[in-house]
Design a protein around this ligand. Structure first.
Ligand code: GLA
Length: 399
């Protein structure tokens, strides 16, 4: 089939009809993937540029041993700094910290997990390693041959070729070049015939949520990098209001990875990240060292009742109700998840009043507290609760 042998960009050059077919095909491909927000682990937040093959194997081992895999975490993703040099034919090779990428992917697959990798549309990645510019089809095929199931494609390096991509000189042209670069790699991934989840990482520039799906993205970063502090996490997470319309099965807003277990926040604050990411619903990519995590971290990452909110098959993004941090997310079967966040800066936590009519219920509802793992019985008109400072109370309500 010609659609399988042409990238969308080539198709667009050849004919408008082919371009439409190609977009339809690409859309169908990406909708079959990431039907719910991808769950897994990524090396960057904890290991950054030090990550090794052994670290990734240990993460895969821990994902199984801890029960994370059975709770739904399946992607084991190597972020930046795995790349070595290209050979005389242009093929990319990993550096000495990753002796054999295919063997690593096989190891991850042997655990019934999936394997992810990272590159850039520029000549170099954010950390200055080899990017995919000019080698898109070759790299996509290499990834497919290795058994890659997920690609994070990070803008940074495109900024180095300012003669092409220069938003200060010509923002419209720069935007087109950027979008084409993302579409080009998507076409290359489709051409391999292997389903590879496509993660667009360009920090939300040019309202990526408006066009990310058109260039084949299954998820797109909506913000700058997260760091392991309440301030960073809360600013990013609570700023996702307004993007509800763009999240749907196959295509997700991505407010960056989890910091749970990395040590910069307390357990209440990490429960806030887990709850807020589930309400959005965001990809749940753990960013800690899985092989050394404590029981508190495990209980947050593996709260199956909260994971079920993130993975609800309707894929409707939650939204804030009123001026306080009261969030509601419609779920399949007519239920709703409600999260009451204590996002205050003063030391004395204040009660938050949940009025059932504010979250769309007329009569009494059953309620379950998803962090206390406790049924609350029937709620009639309202529920008043004081979440701990920086913390959250998360409920499932149904009639
Ligand atoms: C960017 C991305 C991060 C990470 C680094 C790697 O900053 O946003 O998530 O991938 O690059 O260099």
């Amino acid at each position: 089939m010609i659609r399988l042998h042409l990238s969308c960009l080539h198709a667009a050059v050849l004919s408008a009809t082919l371009a439409i077919q190609c977009v339809a095909f690409a859309g169908a491909q990406s909708t079959q993937m990431a039907e719910t927000p991808p769950m897994g682990w990524n090396s960057w937040n904890h290991f950054a540029g030090r990550v090794t093959d052994a670290d990734v194997r240990a993460a895969a081992d821990a994902m199984v041993a801890s029960g994370m895999r059975d709770a739904g975490y399946v992607y084991v993703n190597v972020d930046d700094t795995w790349q070595g040099q290209r050979d005389s034919k242009g093929y990319i090779h990993p550096n000495s910290r990753f002796p054999d990428m295919k063997a690593l992917a096989d190891y991850v697959h042997s655990k019934s997990l999936k394997f992810g990798i990272y590159s850039s549309p520029g000549p170099k990645t954010c950390a200055g390693f080899e990017g995919s510019y000019g080698h898109e089809e070759q790299d996509a095929q290499t990834y497919a041959d290795w058994g890659v199931d997920f690609l994070k494609y990070d803008l940074c390096g495109l900024r180095e070729i300012m003669h092409l991509y220069d938003p200060r000189q010509d923002p419209v042209r720069a935007s087109t070049i950027m979008r084409d670069a993302y579409a080009k790699m998507h076409g290359a991934l489709v051409k391999t015939g292997r389903p590879i989840v496509y993660s667009i990482c360009q920090y939300g520039v040019d309202n990526v949520w408006e066009w990310g799906a058109q260039v084949g993205g299954n998820l797109w970063r909506t913000t700058d990098d997260i760091s392991d502090s309440f301030r960073s996490m809360a600013l990013i997470g609570f700023s996702q209001t307004g993007l509800e319309h763009y999240a749907k099965p196959g295509h997700w807003n991505d407010p960056d990875m989890l910091e749970i277990g990395n040590g910069g926040m307390n357990a209440d604050e990490y429960r806030t990240q887990m709850s807020l990411w589930a309400m959005l619903p965001a990809p749940l990519l753990a960013g800690n060292d899985l092989s050394t995590m404590d029981d508190a971290t495990k209980s947050i990452l593996m709260n199956r009742e909260v994971i079920a909110i993130d993975q609800d098959r309707l894929g409707i993004q939650g939204s804030r109700v009123g001026p306080l941090q009261l969030w509601v997310k419609p779920l399949s079967g007519g239920a709703k998840a409600v999260a009451l966040f204590n996002f205050v800066t003063d030391d004395v936590p204040q009660p938050i009043l949940l009025r059932l009519k504010d979250v769309g219920f007329q009569g009494p509802v059953h309620a379950r507290d998803l962090w206390a793992h406790k049924d609350l019985g029937l709620l009639h008109d309202s529920y008043s609760v004081t979440p701990p400072k920086g913390g959250v109370v998360m409920l499932r309500l149904w009639e």
